[in-house]
Design a protein around this ligand. Structure first.
Ligand code: ATP
Ligand code: MG
Length: 593
């Protein structure tokens, strides 16, 4: 029901798919109602059975840009919903008053849509803000107080910490733990009414101070914070704690499967306690949501800590959040990675309870798998040196150039052909010539023959040097009757074929040659200083030339430069008259050991 991209590849089963399938089979959520919008038990009670078979959600805090790890969570939540006839809600977890910004909200929505997902189902926009649930959360807190299941604690933060005990020692009850509900309610309302300073007291759930799970030792559920909230302004000076807010958000939205990363596993007993308690008090609908945890995605050669990514931006180590070397979604997008490749990589990384590292190369492999059949081919010279064909007029007479044809894609004739010219001077790669060839070198060196791809066979005759002894021009002679595509063209055998662009019709371009930002597979593991392993060659900007078929390309267009790899016209800086290409990745992994 939710809009989602077509299947990328066969899906392998994982424990979450098994849980969803089990729930569907057993009808766990069969009688669940949904009123079309989030709400309490009464709101949903009168509604029809939910046509969505499952509901999941993606709940980012709008406090930064999304990164490759979030892409895993997005593909998982939106993916499961679309596979099983469900809906995935887009929810901003904006219960923390100080950190949120509209810039992040906008970029998160944009990232999710760009990855190919949507939150509209049957004309209903399932885009929610947790801060819209503050009224209900407050009501739930009062209900817990009324039931003797929450109390206002006036211990200092230090006392509370000391009395919580630890793994070996049970906690000690607060002297405020046995106040009456009336006293607690009065106190809590004073908190709400701004009568107390930040940190003076908190509302705690009253559960079990000797629970082996420390999260059940009367966790704090509301705190005082005199701060303006981007959505609710100054209406509140108390705010719910994340562990209290999140389960309630899920329940109001009638989420069935609340999927999060493993660090929340210890919170699950409180999640269950809270939702069961509020359902029993008649506040929340049943059946209630359940939480499931999976191991977060860790990718080698990148860092995903928001704080550290911000440091890269603030210290100008990269050129912004969308720098093509950043593992942010905006960065990956600008680099040229496709949504299909990112989804494919996330699917192949799998979903399990066991953590581990996914090799960055798997993203490049997914990109090649995606673009191999799609991207048009073209010739480009990244480090040009002039090759002069000294016998041009003897072979071709007065013709200034010879028209050449090449398929836009070798396996897809329907994509048509590219045209370019072979002239007496062409650009070739500097390292396709060697005065003294190293062993196994089959390209240009004096006396050797190579084919200029789609052109002719040439025999190298030497080179020209400047006063400092640097090679500035390579010389060769055309071997007659070797035009590609003409009968007998291959009777002259060569061991090397090189790419080239005619000097007369070459389009000059800026090429941004990106590589990994770090040289260490785990740049910040074990508290290591990630800045110590920055790759000094992660960005090189060079001037090169491309064949004329690429003139006038739109921004954000992907091509394969033959022999070189996949490139994209930069979505920010590229102009038809001043082309800028980013290297996405090479044709094979140069990092494999
Ligand atoms: P970070 O740790 O990078 O600051 P976060 O968890 O604080 O990320 P949220 O905005 O809360 O960021 O994340 C939204 C969702 O994305 C959460 O459900 C979170 O579990 C999930 N998520 C974040 N990082 C990863 C990751 N590396 N792999 C899988 N899911 C992730
Ligand atoms: Mg978080």
């Amino acid at each position: 029901m939710s809009s989602a991209p077509a299947d990328d590849s066969p899906k392998s089963s994982n424990f979450l798919r098994q849980i969803v399938e089990r729930d569907l089979e057993q009808g766990t959520y069969g009688g669940r109602r949904f009123a079309g919008s989030p709400g309490d038990a009464a709101h949903h009670a009168a509604a029809a059975i939910d046509p969505a078979r499952i509901r999941t959600r993606f709940p980012p805090e709008p406090n930064g840009y999304l990164h490759i790890g979030h892409a895993k969570s997005i593909t998982l939540n939106f993916g499961l919903a679309s596979e099983y006839g469900g809906v995935c809600h887009m929810r901003f977890d904006d219960t923390n008053p100080e950190k949120e910004e509209q810039e992040y909200v906008d970029s998160i929505l944009d990232a999710v849509q760009w990855l190919g997902f949507g939150w509209t189902a049957n004309g209903v926009d399932h885009l929610y803000y947790a801060s819209n649930y503050f009224d209900f959360m407050y009501r739930a807190a009062e209900a817990l107080i009324g039931a003797g299941l929450a109390y206002v604690d006036e211990q200092t933060p230090d006392q509370m910490r000391a009395n919580r005990g630890d793994f070996n020692t049970p906690g000690t009850a607060s002297p405020f733990r046995d106040r009456t509900p009336e006293e607690n309610l009065a106190r809590f309302r004073e908190m709400r009414d701004g009568k107390h300073a930040d940190g003076a007291m908190v509302l705690r759930a009253r559960i079990d101070m000797s629970s082996p799970n420390i999260n059940l030792r009367d966790p704090a559920i509301y705190r005082i914070k005199h701060a303006e909230h981007h959505n609710t302004g100054n209406r509140w000076c108390i705010y719910p704690m994340y562990t209290f807010a999140h389960p309630i958000e899920d329940a109001l939205e009638q989420i069935t499967h609340s999927i999060c990363t493993l660090e929340f596993e210890d919170q699950r007993p409180f999640y269950d306690w809270l939702l069961d308690t509020l359902a029993n008090l008649g506040l929340l609908a049943q059946p209630r949501p359940h939480q499931y945890e999976f191991a977060r995605l860790n990718v080698t050669y990148v860092i995903t800590s928001k704080r550290k990514l911000k440091q890269l931006v603030d210290e100008k180590i990269v050129d912004g959040w969308d720098d093509p070397r950043m593992p942010t979604i905006v960065g990956l997008r600008r680099r040229g990675y496709t949504p299909e490749a990112i989804r494919l990589m996330c699917e192949r990384a799998g979903t399990s309870k066991a953590g581990g590292w996914t090799d960055y190369a798997s993203l490049d492999i997914a990109l090649r798998d995606d673009l191999e059949g799609k991207a048009a081919r073209a010739m480009a010279v990244l480090d040009p040196i002039r090759l002069t064909l000294s016998n041009w007029s003897e072979v071709f007479g007065a013709a200034p150039s010879e028209a050449c044809l090449a398929p836009a894609h070798p396996q897809r004739p329907e994509l048509g052909e590219r045209r370019f010219g072979l002239g007496p001077q062409v650009w070739i790669e500097r390292d396709d010539f060697a005065e003294v060839p190293p062993k196994g070198f089959f390209r240009l060196f004096p006396g050797n023959k190579v084919r200029l791809k789609y052109g002719v066979v040439v025999e190298c005759t030497g080179c020209v040097k400047n006063d400092s002894g640097e090679i500035v021009e390579v010389l060769a002679a055309v071997v007659p009757d070797t035009r590609s595509g003409t009968p007998g063209a291959d009777k002259v055998k060569v061991k090397g074929t090189i790419t080239w662009v005619g000097v007369h019709d070459a389009a000059p371009v800026e090429l941004r040659l990106y590589d990994r930002l770090f040289t260490e597979p785990q740049p910040d593991a074990g508290g290591r200083d990630f800045k110590a392993s920055l790759n000094p060659a992660s960005k090189r900007v060079v001037r090169g030339v491309v064949e004329p078929s690429l003139a006038g390309l739109a921004a954000d267009t992907r091509v394969q430069f033959e022999r070189h790899g996949y490139f994209v016209t930069d979505r920010v800086d590229h102009r038809a008259d001043t082309p800028v290409f980013n290297r996405i990745t090479g044709l094979k992994d140069t990092w494999a050991k």
